[in-house]
Design a protein. Structure first.
Length: 86
């Protein structure tokens, strides 16, 4: 399976196992890769059903995913734009 993405870019690549209870995150940093691993004690990660789907998510959605929540949070507060006061 090829996604035509650059693993050396400033991106996180997230993979989930078949049971949807473990996630691995691959990140390039200067001279090597970081590998992060998370296993849920209870429940499953809300992972797309289509294995061929590549999805770009925000940092906020990543936090939801790592907490075992759905990426769609209709009741979540909308992000407030940052303003600079001088």
């Amino acid at each position: 399976m090829r996604f035509k993405l650059d693993p050396f870019s400033n991106s996180l690549f997230i993979f989930c196992n078949r049971n949807k209870d473990k996630i691995k995150i691959l990140q390039w940093e200067h001279s090597g890769f970081w590998l992060y691993y998370k296993r849920l004690e209870k429940g499953k990660f809300n992972w797309p059903m289509n294995e061929n789907q590549v999805k770009t998510i925000t940092q906020r959605e990543l936090r939801w995913l790592l907490d075992g929540l759905s990426l769609e949070q209709p009741k979540a507060l909308k992000k407030v734009p940052q303003r600079c006061l001088i």
